[in-house]
Each structure stands twice: as C-alpha cells, then as structure tokens.
Design a protein around this ligand. Structure first.
Ligand SMILES: Nc1ncnc2c1ncn2[C@@H]1O[C@H](COP(=O)(O)OP(=O)(O)OP(=O)(O)O)[C@@H](O)[C@H]1O
Ligand SMILES: [Mg+2]
Length: 230
C-alpha cells in the first residue's frame, strides 16, 4: 500500500530569543488512503505542530514531508497551495464555522477560494449538498451554525473539510468540545470516511476512548512518536 502522506525525520524547532525550543524531534510516519491514524499524548507534546507540518501549513526545520511521494516543501509555493487547497482538509476542535453563513454556504466556501476553485455555481452547491448528506445533515442546510448542536457543527466542519477534491483529512482534537456520545459519532464518521470512502484520516486526540477504532495509534511524547496508544 503506497502512502498518501509521509513524514521523514521531521524536526521543527522554534527560536525563542536565545533559546531554541525543539518541538518535533525526528518524526517519521506514513499514512495510506483508506487508513485512519490517531496521535495521542500530553498537552504540549507537539501533536498540533505535526498536523500543521503534514498539512503544508508549517515548514519543518529539517526532514521531509511527502505527498504522493513528492516533497511537499521542496515544491513551489503555488504547487503546495494548490495541493493544500484541493486535497487537504482541516477539522478543528472549535469548528470555526462562519456564523453569518448558512450551513450549506459554510460547506461550499472553500470551493469559492481562488486557489481551489474547481467547481462553479450549481455544481458547487450540488457538491456541498452531497457532502452535507454524507454527514447526515441534509435537513439543516439552510440553518445558521448557532442553531446547531456542537456535534452537528462539527459534522459541518467535516463536510467543509471534504468540500474540494480532498484526499487527506487532518483533524485536531475533533471531539475535544463534545460529550461522549457526540464524540463517538464524529469518530464513527471519520473512520467511515477512511474505510468506506478511501480518505486518509489523521487525528490528534486526548480522548483514549476513540483509540480502539483507529487503524494506527501513535503516542507522542516530547516531540517523538512511538507506536501504541498509552
Ligand atoms: N509558533 C510557535 N512558536 C513557539 N512555540 C510554539 C509554536 N507553536 C507551538 N509551540 C510550542 O510547541 C509545543 C507543542 O505545541 P503543540 O500545540 O504542537 O502541542 P499539542 O501536543 O498539540 O498540545 P495540546 O494537546 O495542548 O493541543 C508547545 O510547547 C508550544 O508552546
Ligand atoms: Mg494541540
């Protein structure tokens, strides 16, 4: 199985005045399409930093990130932006939906961005409606986010993350603001998107209850990854 996204000896450090903070200390992993992977570990271990690096948002200090075997950060800014806009979707703990827009408009918004535009007009709306159906929210398309429960808002967040030609879903603590039942529902959707729809799904989580559902679990400690969930 060839990997969609791969990190090879990734290091990321931040210069803090005279000190250097080493946040990722040689992280390697590979995830294929159809596979779900969780990263757990203590607060400050570097989980979010790793997701940003994998998603093309934060250049590693050294090491490589490969998207379909191509060195993501060696590619030009335009190519990286295009891959990011079209193939990679982020899901956030706090949903980050735009309150003025309807649920449907939130989902089609990434499709309107200059870099990512690959569908227009009716086709874009149809795609957004299809994605809302995929997360079980067809009935709520014309509602505003504040009329939805937290779990429903997170389902909109997932639909939005899929709204382009997404292959890689990166979810940073996607259940962090949800109760157990809604959290399980979100994880069920993400795992099903990997197993049934062939997405590559990578999540960070503090929620140990979700780990048994994931194909691969890494434990991150002080910027190093180890297999196994505890
Ligand atoms: N831009 C930055 N500049 C300086 N330090 C940073 C920056 N981004 C992250 N860090 C530091 O890197 C470390 C890891 O942060 P990160 O957010 O990746 O942890 P995390 O594992 O996601 O934690 P949590 O579980 O609380 O979300 C922290 O010590 C944080 O302060
Ligand atoms: Mg984090």
């Amino acid at each position: 199985m060839s990997s969609l996204i791969e990190a090879v000896e990734v290091r990321r450090s931040f210069e803090m005045g005279v000190r250097t903070l080493e946040v990722l200390r040689g992280v390697s992993l590979a995830v294929a399409e159809g596979e779900s992977l969780a990263i757990t570990g203590m607060s400050g271990a570097g989980k979010s930093t790793l997701l940003h690096v994998l998603g093309g948002l934060d250049r590693p200090t050294s090491g490589r990130v490969l998207y379909r075997g191509r060195d993501f950060y060696a590619a030009g800014d335009r190519e990286r932006s295009a891959i990011r806009a079209q193939k990679i979707g982020f899901v956030f703990q706090a949903y980050h939906l735009l309150p003025e827009l309807t649920v449907l408009e939130n989902v089609l918004l990434p499709g309107l961005s200059a870099h990512g535009a690959f569908l227009r007009g009716k086709a874009l709306r149809a795609r957004a409606a299809e994605l809302l159906a995929r997360v079980g929210l067809s009935e709520r398309a014309v509602h505003r986010p504040n009329e939805l429960s937290g779990g429903e808002q997170q389902r909109v967040g997932i639909a939005r993350a899929m709204s382009m030609d997404t292959r890689l879903l990166l979810a940073d603590e996607p259940t962090g603001n949800l109760d157990d039942e809604n959290g399980r529902n979100i994880i069920d959707i993400l795992v099903s998107l990997a197993h049934d729809d062939g997405y590559c799904v990578v999540i960070s989580t503090h929620d140990l209850a979700v780990l048994p559902q994931m194909d691969v679990v890494y434990y991150m400690k002080s910027g190093e990854l180890n297999l196994g969930g505890s």
